[in-house]
Design a binder for this molecule. Structure first.
Ligand code: CS2
Ligand code: MG
Length: 408
């Protein structure tokens, strides 16, 4: 069996999804997602200029050797752009493997370990009243877990993932007015004074059974993060995400020494080498990698298995930048992983997105039910794809009030 060609498409409804389609001499094709939010053209260029010309003629069934060929063969290894490109190839090769076997991917991993996978939604509010409305609307839809982000009084811009204006549930990440980022202002002292009480109010609002998550988005210093994790213990968070930037992993010891609040990290990791020490030292509770920029199913599965040895559960990244293709790859891992925790879920649900990526994966009552179709169980409608093209956009950047650049 041979790979005969591959194509890359960029675009989608409100997103620059990077979709890879690999064709074979047996008429079977596979799909992969290389979307790297706000840098989408870069994995696409790597695929087009280097990886696809090398792929042609290879046997698509040898997904492990192809992964090693690109990763080890590159000499300058890893990084988010390369790993997103390898990730897309790897997903597509697993899709082909599943279609050849006539089995959904989770069967190739070891079958189902659960009926459905719990997901969490994003509730945001410009203020607490707005946030509580947003949380309630998700609970009414059957969600059992909600990430809560709230505007902070007296902060010129509201804070991470919070709309400028009152509007329940709006997601606030990419500004598509161009590649120059908007500037948000941050003040850790105001955040630390406000957020523990705000989270306690959310707990009172939802009662004991709802899982509450909160994302600090890398903005605190280690000592501040330790104090915050301790202060929010009575809230009983399901997890506290990215309390500090992930570069300084030793700093997580300080948080651990002061608090039992569960810590979730990993959405910016690209490989097992970014998190093996964190996992082996049991400094985190949830690993947040994404199959897209952690090198696809082959490499992510390795991370999941290492995490499982250390009581660490999965909580794969599922920001709206992931297309339904990588979300399907994660859904198959979620169905199988003995150490599954939860899945961030923001992608499907719009008619335009479902038309571009038809599938019978189902999300209802806050649970993701994986499809039994062979392979990934997602298709890509190339006629629909013609409606979209790349639109330049950017995340905000963050500065302190005196102008110092901070962590977005
Ligand atoms: C966020 C992300 O989903 C999350 O937890 O931290 O939305 C993140 O801001 C984006 O993926 C950045 O592109
Ligand atoms: Mg996050």
């Amino acid at each position: 069996m041979k790979i005969t060609g591959a194509e890359v498409f960029i675009g989608g409804p409100g997103k620059n999804y990077v979709t890879l389609k690999i064709m074979t001499d047996q008429g079977i094709y596979g799909l992969g997602d290389a979307t790297l939010n706000n840098r989408e053209t870069l994995p696409a260029a790597y695929l087009q200029d280097y990886l696809i010309p090398n792929l042609i003629g290879m046997d698509p069934r040898n997904s492990e050797d192809i992964w090693q060929f690109f990763y080890r063969g590159a000499y300058f290894r890893g990084g988010p752009i390369a790993m997103a490109a390898y990730g897309a190839i790897d997903m597509a090769l697993w899709d082909i493997k599943g279609k050849l076997a006539g089995l959904p991917l989770y069967q190739l991993f070891g079958g189902k370990s659960r009926d459905g996978a719990m997901v969490y939604a994003h509730a945001t509010g410009a203020d607490l009243a707005d946030l509580k409305d947003s949380v309630s609307s998700y609970l009414e839809q059957g969600y059992k877990a909600v990430r809560v982000q709230c505007g902070i009084p007296d902060m010129p811009n509201a804070g991470y993932a919070v709309p400028d204006e009152k509007s329940a549930g709006a997601d606030y990440i990419t500004d598509f007015s161009g590649i120059r980022p908007k500037v948000e202002i941050w003040d850790s002292d105001k955040y630390l004074r406000f957020m523990p009480d705000a989270l306690a109010e959310v707990r009172n609002h939802v009662g004991p059974n709802v899982k509450i998550l909160h994302d600090v988005h890398h903005r605190l210093l280690p000592r501040e993060a330790a104090a915050f994790a301790k202060a929010v213990e009575p809230v009983g968070l399901y997890w506290l995400e990215d309390p500090t930037p992930a570069e300084d992993q030793e700093s997580l010891r300080l948080i651990r020494q002061h608090s039992t609040t569960p810590i979730a990290i990993g959405e910016v990791f690209n490989s097992i080498w970014d998190c093996n020490k964190l996992i082996e030292n049991e400094l985190i509770d949830f690993i947040r990698v994404a199959v897209t920029y952690a090198g696809g199913i082959t490499h992510t599965k390795r991370i999941v298995e290492l995490a499982g040895l250390h009581h660490i559960r999965t909580g794969f990244h599922g920001a709206p930048s992931h297309s339904p293709i990588s979300m399907a790859a994660q859904a198959h891992l979620n169905a199988w992983a003995p150490n599954f925790g939860i899945q961030e879920y923001l992608v499907l649900g719009s008619a335009a997105c479902d038309a571009l990526f038809p599938s019978d994966h189902v999300m209802e009552n806050g649970m993701f039910q994986v499809s039994d179709a062979p392979g990934l169980g997602v298709d890509f409608d190339e006629t629909e794809a013609k409606r979209y093209s790349y639109i330049a956009g950017s995340h905000p950047v963050v500065r302190l009030q005196d102008g110092t650049l901070w962590n977005y």
